[in-house]
Design a protein around this ligand. Sequence first.
Ligand SMILES: Nc1ncnc2c1ncn2[C@@H]1O[C@H](COP(=O)(O)OP(=O)(O)OP(=O)(O)O)[C@@H](O)[C@H]1O
Length: 253
Amino acid sequence: MNGPSVVLSAEGLSKRFGGLKAVQQVSFKVYAGEILAVIGPNGAGKTTLLNLLSGVYRPSEGRLTLLGRDITQSSMEARCHAGLGRAFQIVRPFGEMTVHENVTVGALFGTPGMRLAHARELAQSLLERTGLAALADRPAHELTLLQDKRMEVARALATQPQVLLLDEVMAGLRPAEAQEAVALVRSVRDSGVSVLFIEHIMPVVRDLADRVVVMDQGQVMAEGSYRDVTSNPLVVAAYLGTEPELGAGELHA
Ligand SMILES: Nc1ncnc2c1ncn2[C@@H]1O[C@H](COP(=O)(O)OP(=O)(O)OP(=O)(O)O)[C@@H](O)[C@H]1O
């Protein structure tokens, strides 16, 4: 019997900074069509893991496979071309360029040799999908935080990824805005792109994640459904008292 196909696979990934083991022997898989959350207390190694996946860092040990291809030593650009897209936590648009131009740059970066006219069309269709079409010709610096995040997702999607990596994209959003962002991420998944996201806001994790990987002190301490991991005593113990936004009530919300 064939199981769901693996899109991204990490095997024994480790990253040391001097004597500090920020990520230790982390293994997990992302399957086609799933939304996977990576959670954990501050300093657990989540951002370092995302940086290992997207190619900001090379691992000290371990192996990373994207669509069956070993990308452990590939550059960020090569990973992007191979199907890995990333939207950054800190939104860094080209402020003077229009929203449409910003997304067009994503398209050109993601697919070498793409014709400008095609990149512009792709950008336009993504602005429609992300609810930004009315703002296409505005300079990017005029966008609100939520609009910036939408544009960042549109720019990442313009690279035509198979897996989209999201680093705390809900941070700073009001609850109603976070709900809109949740709907956007679902629509990304529904369009056939797997999503791996780091998130501190537990209601967002509960609403969005098909599966949750919990990190603590650089290691995977639990993996499973939201319900499973939040009722795991080890996970509760790792969180309690360390994160004001993640009290016991929130964990079981
Ligand atoms: N470039 C670096 N050089 C040295 N140490 C680092 C570096 N980046 C991260 N660290 C350390 O690695 C550990 C893991 O950090 P990381 O930022 O990955 O955790 P995190 O789970 O993303 O935390 P947060 O939720 O606070 O963002 C921490 O102890 C951090 O201080």
